[in-house]
Structure formats: C-alpha cells, structure tokens
Unconditional design. Structure first.
Length: 249
C-alpha cells in the first residue's frame, strides 16, 4: 500500500462519501469543488488544511480499508456486510486455511486474508486471475495463492477449515468441496438468488449438516440535528449465504 497517498475529507459529525477524496499523487496540487489544496499541504499528515477558497478539510494517511474500497473490480464482489458475517459465523482466525472458489475480483480473499493463515483462490478466467493478482499486489497481501483451477473438476488440496463457493452452480461442487474440508470445517455458498441456495442445500450429502441460510440487510440512517430518518440508498439485498458444516468423513 502506498503510504504517500492521502485521504481528504470535510470536518464535522456528518460524513458522506462524496465529501471524501483519495489522493494518490501528492506531488501535484489537488483540485476539488471548493478550490485547490497545495501540494505542500498534501504532504502534511494528520492535520487540517484550507483550500484556496478558504474551505477547511482534514487530511490523514489512508488505512487498509481505504485502499480496499478502491480495488479494481471486474465481477461483482461480496460486500463487506456479508464478508463480516461469514467471518463471524465460521469463526475463522489466524490459524485457518481457506479455499475460495470463484475468485472473481478477489474481494473476499483480499479482506479475509487479514484474519487467516492462508487462502487458496480458484478461478478459471485469465482476466480475473490477473485482476486478483493486481489487487493483492496493490494491498501488499502475501498469504493468498491464486490458482487457475475448476472446483467442479478436482481439488488438489485438503483439510481446509472453510470452503467458500461463489459460483453460478454451487451444488455441482458439493462433493468435491466436502472432500477438501476437514471434519468440523464449514462449507459456505454465496448466491444472488434463493433458488440457487435451495438447489445447493438439496445437494448436501449426509456428511454435511445444513446450519442456516440467511441474507444480511444494511440500512443506513441520517442523523443530523433533529432529523432522524433512513437513507433510501441503503443496501437491503445483496446475496443469500448458506452455511453447512462437515460432520463426518
């Protein structure tokens, strides 16, 4: 991650994404709606600066989450609200080894890599593989291995603590995924439609116990003075998450 980048945002209690700027090049003046922030000010850290129009902004070094939210995207990634739920429900941690099938843009692997020992990401599309590797490099992540492999075919590795299926037809991968899991490990399917989840659950073998299928809603609220109301652009539905657990060989 580039430590020479900066986050510039308006001060105050009320924050909106459109009031925040991510500056990658601090060697040049930065132009925004309310004037110019001089490059000399951009080089400052964790302070307040004023634009040429006397508008005050806060400036600080970006953290991991600031870089993560700006990774390159191809296929749709699993949103953070769902990633957090998957991590908390499976309890994966610093010793866990994960298999992700359907790497896409690498959103899950990039975020979850901070919490686990190792992630193996299967992807069949060459463009997506390049995209994942680029995002991993941008974020400085070294514990994710990207492989051109099809989980519908064969899984070379074994004894995973969790297998995540982000695939159009996850039910076709149940048998292979179960064989790659350690007993007690979790098989998680992420699908945009409930019919996909239904077919996945119906395909579970006797060695896998269906725990639950959920969708996680996120509703934003505007709180400003005496104004308290939901924000209409909240993310209500993104996908259905099904959790199963391997209970026997």
């Amino acid at each position: 991650m580039d430590k020479n980048s900066r986050i510039i945002t308006t001060k105050g209690r009320e924050h909106f994404p459109e009031q925040e700027y991510f500056v990658r090049d601090i060697s040049r003046d930065f132009h925004i709606k309310y004037g110019i922030i001089k490059k000399e000010d951009l080089k400052k850290k964790n302070t307040k600066v004023k634009t040429s129009m006397n508008k005050e902004y806060c400036i600080f070094e970006p953290q991991f989450i600031d870089f993560y939210k700006r990774i390159r995207r191809g296929p749709q990634i699993i949103p953070l609200k769902d990633i957090g739920f998957i991590i908390s429900e499976t309890g994966i941690g610093k010793d866990s080894v994960i298999l992700e099938a359907g790497g896409g843009s690498g959103g899950f692997s990039c975020f979850a890599s901070r919490y686990v020992n190792k992630i193996v990401s299967y992807e069949i599309d060459d463009e997506n593989i390049d995209l994942i590797k680029n995002n991993l490099k941008t974020l400085g992540i070294r514990n994710v291995v990207v492989k051109k492999a099809d989980i519908y075919g064969k899984i070379a590795e074994k004894n995973f603590d969790m297998v995540l299926l982000d695939l159009p037809e996850p039910w076709k991968a149940v048998e292979n995924a179960s064989g790659a899991l350690k007993t007690g490990g979790f098989l998680v399917s992420y699908s945009p439609t409930i019919m996909q989840s239904q077919q996945f659950v119906n395909a579970l073998t006797d060695s896998l116990m269906h725990i639950k299928t959920v969708e996680v809603s996120e509703r934003l609220w505007k709180i400003e003075g005496q104004v308290v109301r939901p924000i209409s652009k909240s993310t209500i539905h993104s996908g259905f998450i099904t959790f199963a657990r391997k209970i026997s060989k």
